[in-house]
Design a protein around this ligand. Structure first.
Ligand code: NAD
Ligand code: AKB
Length: 320
């Protein structure tokens, strides 16, 4: 029998995705039915004024368990993680947070017979030598600790689907671009920072080279993917934890050209650092036909429509 989504626990809710996802979940499922948690207080007070917020280290099994019991949680959206840039400077820490957190969430979901668990994966699951357009089902040989934890997270999630009948779902997000909360230390962060600096300084120093091409996605599509996949009928899913998710793919030069359509004097300087090697190990694009077939995935945004929206929102906020 299908289990309904009624009470959702969101981990890592103060981060780039969580801070925009939680308000939308609260609109859809009710303010008091979405319990936001994070190691740190969100920058925007709205997140803890609009509904329950708890400080939670995802490595602490007992605290997660008490939140699940107290609120009668039936669904977990597990966003707490260490991303690729920070993960490469602190690999042991990245393994600890990403794997202990994921295993805690999955074991508690089995123990309390939860309806659903959503755990995002990433384009970081691939490594050097992959085809430029990454297929859905392929060998995964990541070159970063973050990527290793994402592959392991997909595999253990799939194991829990088969072994325990737990409904675990996940997508391989590309780089997410957004205007509300700055990203938390990833490689694709340049594609967000460029908009902030375009608005503030009309100039950007970029830590990857101009021909670096990566798959990217605007936040409204990122959120649509969580909501759509969570609602998709389980019996239609052949994949579970590892859906490729396409939207747009561009190199930095194309991103700069898009910004110059709105800010013709925008300047860019290239100073590649350690992020270059990580970016070079990821695909340029992904084949997302499984997501399109199994749960009707379709993105709404392209590069120029995103650029216009990002610049409008950031100008309204940063130049007030
Ligand atoms: P983020 O870094 O902005 O947010 C992660 C949050 O997790 C932060 O608020 C941080 O305080 C919290 N956190 C870190 N350690 C914690 C711990 N021990 N206990 C509890 N909370 C902890 O990341 P995001 O961009 O919002 O990413 C959310 C998820 O989506 C992650 O799993 C990430 O791998 C995945 N993802 C993100 C992107 C992207 O471009 N943003 C792309 C692919 C996948
Ligand atoms: C990162 O760059 O680490 C993330 C991701 C693509 O997973 N944005």
């Amino acid at each position: 029998m299908k289990k309904e989504i009624k009470k959702i626990l969101v981990t890592g809710a103060s981060g780039q995705i969580g801070s925009e996802l939680v308000p939308i979940l609260r609109n859809k499922y009710g303010d008091k039915n979405v319990i936001a948690t994070d190691l740190k207080i969100p920058l925007d007070n709205k997140l803890f004024e609009s509904g329950p917020f708890h400080l939670l280290d995802i490595r602490n099994y007992e605290t997660i368990e008490s939140i699940i019991k107290n609120y009668k949680i039936d669904t977990i959206i597990h966003l707490a993680a260490i991303l690729s840039g920070i993960g490469e400077t602190k690999p042991e820490f990245c393994w600890d947070v990403n794997m202990t957190g994921t295993v805690n969430v999955l074991n508690l979901a089995v123990k309390f017979e939860l309806a659903k668990v959503f755990i995002p994966s990433s384009i970081a699951v691939w490594g050097p030598g992959m085809p430029k357009k990454a297929p859905q089902d392929s060998i995964l040989q990541p070159a970063t600790m973050y990527g290793v934890t994402k592959v392991a997270g997909e595999l253990i999630g799939d194991y829990y689907v088969k072994k325990f009948g737990l409904d675990v779902r996940g997508v391989r997000y590309p780089g997410i671009i957004s205007s509300e909360t700055a990203p938390g230390g990833g490689t694709t962060d340049y594609a967000v920072a460029i908009y902030y600096d375009a608005v503030k300084f009309n100039k950007f120093i970029c830590f990857v080279s101009e021909d670096t091409t990566l798959p990217m996605m605007y936040m409204p599509d990122c959120i649509k993917a969580v909501l759509d996949l969570l609602e998709a009928p389980f019996e239609k899913l052949k994949h579970h934890t590892n859906f490729n998710l396409g939207s747009m793919s561009f190199n930095v030069k194309q991103l700069v050209e898009s910004i110059r359509k709105f800010k013709p004097n925008f300047e860019i300087v290239y100073e590649p650092d350690f992020h270059q090697e990580i970016a070079d190990s990821w695909p340029d694009d992904v084949d997302d036909s499984a997501a399109r077939e199994e749960w009707n995935w379709k993105p709404d945004w392209d590069l120029d429509s995103m650029t216009q929206d990002m610049l409008t929102k950031l100008e309204a906020r940063l130049l007030r």
